[in-house]
Design a protein around this ligand. Structure first.
Ligand code: MG
Length: 177
């Protein structure tokens, strides 16, 4: 693996991670701490991304909000807890973005077609626009085609996680890069 070249550009590239199916098992709208099952190897994988100089940003569709299964405060609490768990494992998650909207939401305030909802690139674009991050060298890891479509729409590579050990998967991606 080549060392990252030193650059005067202070902007960091980003590893965008989907949440359900990439950070934690997708058990079907997981929203309680008791439901969280971490993907095997996820904490070493995040540490590896941190060490490679990448920011780690979560981008997750949370249509469960639009469906009335749980509220945004619940999503926020879970994300705070996830970040704390990662920190305790020596892994840094730089931020969580979620999209609560769905075109067929029960509640009117969540009923919309949003570019933030994957396959739209909105969450990725928002991270890149508002923080010291750069598109070049960024990539996304997802477990669905909609994740890869969002990455493509944002002009970054998307990698489909096939299951197994996330650290081994990430190590392979970084070597290939
Ligand atoms: Mg997923």
């Amino acid at each position: 693996m080549k060392a990252m070249p030193r650059s005067p550009n202070p902007l960091r590239p980003v590893a965008f991670l989907d949440r359900d199916g990439v950070l934690i098992e997708d058990t079907g709208y997981p929203h309680r701490i008791e439901e969280v099952r971490w993907i095997p190897g996820i904490m070493p994988a995040i540490r590896r991304l941190n060490a490679a100089g990448l920011a780690v940003c979560l981008v997750t569709n949370q249509a469960g909000v639009a469906r009335g299964l749980y509220d945004e405060a619940t999503v926020g609490r879970l994300h705070v807890w996830m970040a704390e768990q990662a920190r305790a494992a020596g892994a840094r998650i730089d931020g969580f973005a979620y999209c609560p909207f769905h075109p067929a939401a029960e509640e009117e305030r969540y009923r919309r077609t949003s570019a933030r909802r994957k396959p739209g690139p909105g969450m990725i674009e928002d991270w890149l626009a508002h923080f010291a991050l750069r598109r070049e060298g960024s990539f996304l890891i997802g477990d669905r085609e909609t994740d890869l479509a969002a990455a493509a729409a944002a002009g970054i590579p998307g990698h489909l996680f096939p299951g197994g050990d996330m650290d081994a998967f990430v190590a392979g991606l970084l070597v290939a890069a």
